[in-house]
Write a protein that binds this ligand. Sequence first.
Ligand code: GGG
Length: 358
Amino acid sequence: MTNSRNYAISVIPGDGIGKEVMPEGIRVLERAASLYGFSIDQKWQDFACCDYYAKHGQMMPDDWKAQIGKPDAIFFGAVGWPDTVPDHISLWGSLLQFRREYDQYVNLRPVRLMPGVPCPLVGREPGDIDFWVVRENTEGEYSSVGGKMFPGTDREIVIQETVMTRHGTDRVLRYAFELAATRDRKHVTSATKSNGIAITMPWWDERVEEMAKHYPSVTHDKYHIDILTAQFVLNPDRFDVVVASNLFGDILSDLGPACTGTIGVAPSGNINPDRTAPSLFEPVHGSAPDIAGKGVANPVGQIWSAAMMLEHLGEADAAAAIMRAVETVLAEPGLRTGDLKGKANTEQCGRAIADALA
Ligand code: GGG
């Protein structure tokens, strides 16, 4: 950062529709910067995508950290192109590297029913569904501890450990309780499965109880993940802050936005709350090979991610303005993309949001 309102942003579009929605995110960011008096110093990267893998046999250069430098934030699109690179190679070679190397231990994902978005759940109005999923982002079920023995034989053994540390668990639980303490309803729901996963999950429950003692103003409860997914569909209005392990949080944060109409609008922040390294902002959706190249992807997830990034950088007024512009455009059927039964393409929707900014 050269002056306090000039932000160095590493821009990584990634794969598939990431390349199509990123220009709309940037369009809106640039417009917000000109209206709100800050500047964005963009550094685009061509790595962390499967095209890079096709040329170099790896997702990122060995010196990717040096190439990225020390940005204030990373603005990311989507990763994955399973026709050419297996999904576990592309994910572990890119996004998961960022999350771990930059200690982005919170994956923060809002679930909010937006005005104008047709909700598949009967009778829900904007305001009824408004909660956060706080996903543990650096350990848990996404672990590289394990291995194979006797591959390809009938004695084949495959093991992958879940890794939960007190340090890693407590810090994400603390974040969830802190977040809940700032909200009206002040309630944390913990996702567990302590009846079936009988070592790590009862321990997770214990850590939740310990953390809760420090937040007497915050109420809390827990659900097993199976019934929790059902409750997301039946009663999403009852949640305020939902905290979950890495895998459970990943599933819940696709399901939640789907219950509000589309995952195309959903943003996320991979946050390093201690600010010892950059945080990364990306839409929840992936590269969507089925619609990539057609220019029809919904850019709102990328644009809302830009708003989350600005909020994180301290540009709260600009972030709020972007959200007002998103709401204005989503309320207009002609400006919505096809996933929301609209007629607009990616660029038309993005331009409309940029034009609506004030
Ligand atoms: N923009 C999100 C994205 O590209 N996601 C790809 C994916 O498979 N993510 C899995 C994860 O976030 O753990």
